[in-house]
Design a protein around this ligand. Structure first.
Ligand SMILES: C[S@@+](CC[C@H](N)C(=O)[O-])C[C@H]1O[C@@H](n2cnc3c(N)ncnc32)[C@H](O)[C@@H]1O
Length: 273
């Protein structure tokens, strides 16, 4: 996945995304139990909501490295953290970055660990960023059957583009770490101890109505690429319309009086070095 291509659209929709992720971010911070003075690495920091919250917890005696592969996200964190000198934005690929000088107390990640082409290499490398006894806490999505946030657009795409092959959930992407046994085994094989996983049911409550959520997902997701690849020539526009219609109807099923409240299931993974 080319995150540099997605980053600007993601940043444009930062507010609804952050509102949707907020309860999960708070639960992650509770589990990470960051203390004043600690040095923390936020992996795949995106536009920086978790790094900013972590910086409050560790205080100016501590520090937070806000680490991301996409320059645009790193620039966005620089902008948001201009008055928070103990946030250090760093661009790099977690799979190859040389972390040996870092030695953090904690690594945290909000949906930033499921995109590595080689997770074994990536987690062995990420382990180098932790001091002995350091801890890692990250959250991933459970499968699409528990997450309409993803299954609604998945169904809309499949209905509009019958020629499109079914996505393989084990390839890098949002669902890649839905298999708890695979991920806990991966952590154990890459030098982590005290490995644990817990699945939690929650809700995503982004800003806006179902049509706004659809517009946001269409902006940040891979829909246009899929349409140009799999729609019949000349039918691209009607395929996009039908995807948008399907998504708005799907998300609309979760509309309450004030908000759209989409049920979700996430998995918190924890381990020590
Ligand atoms: C789903 S987004 C999550 C962003 C942010 N943590 C949030 O919750 O809003 C995944 C993030 O991981 C970053 N990422 C993907 N692969 C990466 C890699 N190999 N090294 C560092 N960051 C990576 C992306 O650029 C993106 O910011």
């Amino acid at each position: 996945m080319d995150w540099s291509a997605v980053a600007h659209a993601w940043i444009d929709h930062e507010a609804p995304i952050e509102r949707a992720h907020s309860p999960i971010k708070n639960e992650l911070l509770k589990r990470a139990a960051l203390r004043s003075g600690e040095k923390v690495l936020d992996l795949g920091c995106g536009s920086g909501a978790l790094a900013l919250a972590a910086a409050e917890r560790v205080g100016p005696q501590g520090s937070v490295i806000a680490f991301d592969i996409a320059d645009a996200f790193v620039a966005r964190v620089e902008e948001r953290a201009k008055d928070v000198p103990h946030i250090l934005p760093v661009q790099g690929d977690a799979q190859t970055f040389i972390f040996s000088d870092v030695k953090c107390d904690a690594v945290i990640s909000l949906f930033g660990t499921m995109f590595f082409p080689d997770p074994q290499v990536a987690f062995a490398n990420i382990g180098n960023s932790l001091k002995d006894g350091g801890r890692i806490t990250f959250v991933t999505w459970a499968g699409p059957q528990h997450n309409p946030w993803f299954s609604v657009p998945g169904k809309a795409l499949a209905d509009a583009l019958p020629e499109m092959p079914k996505p393989d959930p084990s390839t890098p992407g949002p669902m890649a770490f839905a298999n708890v046994e695979m991920v806990t085994d991966l952590l154990s094989r890459t030098g982590f101890a005290d490995v644990a996983a817990e699945e939690i049911d929650t809700h995503l409550t982004p800003i806006g109505a179902a049509a706004d959520i659809t517009a946001m997902m269409l902006a940040i997701g891979p829909f246009r690429g899929a349409v140009s690849q799999f729609a019949k020539p000349g039918e691209e526009r009607s395929a996009m319309d039908s995807i948008a219609k399907g998504m708005t109807a799907g998300y609309g099923a979760f509309a309450g009086e004030q908000d759209v409240r989409v049920p979700a299931r996430v998995i918190f993974y924890t381990a020590t070095r």
